[in-house]
Design a protein. Structure first.
Ligand SMILES: Nc1ncnc2c1ncn2[C@@H]1O[C@H](COP(=O)(O)OP(=O)(O)OP(=O)(O)O)[C@@H](O)[C@H]1O
Ligand SMILES: [Mg+2]
Lengths: 230, 354
């Protein structure tokens, strides 16, 4: 099955075509903003490079967060538009799981994996996986100093907020993996989850209520700290 | 020629399919009014979330109503700005994706251009014409010379007209959105009881101003027993609406004269934006049209407020001229129609617009 995957959920933008363990084409650029400009040209480029049309795509995959709200909407709006017009099946992939898959096997030996994602608030999004990348916790919103509650033992830390939690974890090592998802790995994960019937719906995991801010004034700010996701 | 249009720049999520024979083949609009009502204004993050949650389904529904498949289209147009950027991004990404998946050109349409070209969707008229755009975020007089060719003759130097209606309604306890509530209350109001200022009346040029009037209305409201009795509400609403209409009459009259002298071929005065719903204002515009020799045209109300048919139509107008946009188009929170107009466009309660 050919999988087309996209990610714009954190501080990067990527698109990839993948089939049966092989990456057919891939584009990836780290970027804090500008994904709304970069993403569709990347998709067009990987399709052209692989010489494929949308009719050849068996599954479309997109990261659903948690992450930057605007980035989530960029990826999901694009994915839902492609799925609608291309008649494609669409699978959501959680961002922490995609980041965890980027941690090399050697780093995981005998250690759990903690993924820390920037939420642009005091609390980060954290999720713990075992060395085989099976989730050991839901996605939780915690402050950096609370990371020890989740990861007491030996752990390797990945994600774009890894540097914020490392000082609070005495038994932790920093992963050499990039802090952001890679669409090629999103594709791999999506194929696996799809075959097991475990895909997420193509809906954003905001995990926090909307800030009720009118331009120019803040009416109130509701932050839901202990909402958990898959 | 068939174009799908997508609109998501404020608090309406909309999709429509239009052809170049000026027919709207399928159309859906979903208002977010109830989601924002508790906050008395449009909350950007709530709006962005809601656009994403509904847009793909609305596009599918518009296509179904038109009885068409994506392969039948000649282009996909989405509002590219100005507006609340979170919503604009959702529409732009959806439009780009549909265009790419169906192999059609993508068009990023200026929302204001959508409003400005609407009279050519509803009526078979040529350029140039004079447009009054009076909405929640804008109040401008524009000479529409051609597709992509606009000269701004005047603009509000502070609040938009619709914004003033909304704020005065809120202060008077008339609810949200304010325009329709003020008009309804004003119908039972005494025009002689209160007098409010006529901003800009008699001043050179044709700029608008509503914030002084709004503040005068505030002082008037505060001088009355609280909460306002129904008759007080009605009389305040009437005084405010009369003041807006009178001020607009003066401004539009000057704009119409300038239009006639600079573009003698102009035949029409057209209105767009939600404030065009106001019957008293329509009366004023009709009168000024008669006075100045411009035929007054008002598109049906659903095409005056935010809608996707106008975006599809602007897409058709541009596509006919061989224009389209790259998939790398960057959504634009600000996007003035007349780039040469002097700076100083106001920041409205909906954010800086154009
Ligand atoms: N009957 C009426 N009288 C006066 N104003 C009205 C009336 N009906 C609606 N309005 C006003 O029109 C505005 C809404 O119009 P519209 O939907 O065109 O604006 P918008 O799309 O929110 O703003 P923009 O296009 O500038 O982003 C509101 O401010 C509303 O109060
Ligand atoms: Mg509008």
């Amino acid at each position: 099955m050919i999988v087309l995957a996209m990610d714009s959920s954190t501080s990067a933008c990527s698109a990839a075509l993948w089939a049966e363990g092989k990456v057919l084409a891939r584009r990836l650029s780290p970027m804090a903003r500008g994904q709304s400009e970069a993403l569709m040209p990347m998709v067009a480029e990987v399709m052209a490079e692989a010489g494929l049309s949308f009719a050849d795509v068996g599954l479309l995959a997109v990261t659903v967060g948690p992450g930057a709200f605007t980035g989530l909407r960029i990826g999901l709006a694009a994915a839902r538009g492609l799925a609608l017009a291309g008649g494609l099946k669409l699978a959501g992939v959680a961002t922490p799981a995609a980041v965890a898959l980027g941690v090399p096997e050697g780093e995981r030996q005998g250690r759990n994996v903690l993924v820390a994602i920037d939420s642009r608030r005091d609390e980060l999004w954290l999720q713990l996986f075992d060395s085989a990348l099976k989730p050991l916790s839901p996605i939780r919103a915690l402050r950096p100093e609370q990371a020890g509650e989740l990861a007491a033992g030996p752990v390797v830390v990945a994600g774009d907020a890894a540097a914020l939690v490392l000082p609070h974890l005495p038994h932790a090592a920093a992963s050499a993996a990039p802090g952001h998802p890679d669409a090629a790995l999103v594709a791999e994960l999506a194929a696996e989850q799809w075959s097991r019937g475990e895909s997420l719906p193509p809906e954003p995991l905001y995990l926090r209520d909307a800030d009720v801010t009118l331009p120019g004034k803040t009416v109130s700010e509701k932050t839901v700290s202990e909402k958990t996701g898959p | 020629m068939l174009v799908l249009g997508i609109e998501s720049s404020c608090d309406e999520t909309a999709a429509a399919v239009v052809n170049d024979r000026r027919e709207i083949l399928g159309e859906v609009v979903l208002s977010q009014l109830d989601e924002h009502r508790p906050f008395g204004g449009v909350v950007p993050e709530i709006a962005a979330r809601s656009h994403l949650a509904h847009l793909d389904r609305l596009v599918a529904e518009a296509m179904r109503r038109a009885g068409l498949g994506f392969a039948d289209l000649d282009g996909v147009a989405a509002t590219g700005g100005p507006g609340l950027i979170g919503g604009v991004i959702v529409g732009v990404m959806t439009g780009k994706a549909i265009a790419l998946a169906s192999g059609k050109p993508f068009l990023a349409v200026n929302h204001l251009e959508g409003h400005a070209l609407t009279p050519r969707l509803t009526h078979d008229i040529g350029f140039p014409y004079l447009l009054l755009l009076a909405s929640g975020g804008h109040c401008q007089l524009l000479a529409v010379e051609g597709v992509g060719r606009y000269t701004r003759l005047g603009t509000t130097i502070d609040d938009a007209a619709g914004e003033a209606f909304d704020k005065v309604a809120k202060m008077a306890g008339l609810g949200y959105p304010g325009g329709p509530a003020v008009e309804k209350a004003a119908a039972g109001g005494d025009p002689a009881r209160f007098a409010l200022p006529r901003p800009m009346k008699g001043k050179p040029g044709c700029d608008f101003s509503f914030s002084g009037l709004k503040n005068a209305a505030r002082l008037l409201i505060e001088s009355l027993p609280q909460p306002l009795a129904e008759q007080d509400q009605a009389d305040v609403a009437r005084a405010f609406q009369d003041a807006v209409a009178d001020s607009m009459a003066d401004r539009v009259r000057r704009g119409a004269r300038e239009m006639k002298s600079r573009w003698p071929a102009a035949r029409h005065l057209v209105v767009a934006g939600g404030v065009a719903a106001n019957a008293a204002l329509r009366q004023v515009l009709l009168r000024i049209g008669n006075e100045t020799g411009l035929e007054f045209l008002a598109p049906p109300l659903k095409l005056c407020t935010d809608n996707a048919a106008m975006i599809a139509w602007a897409g058709i107008e541009r596509l006919r001229l061989g224009q389209s946009d790259d998939l790398s188009f960057a959504p634009r929170p600000r996007w003035p129609l007349d780039p040469n107009a002097r700076k100083g466009a106001p920041n409205t309660w909906k954010g800086a617009k154009a």
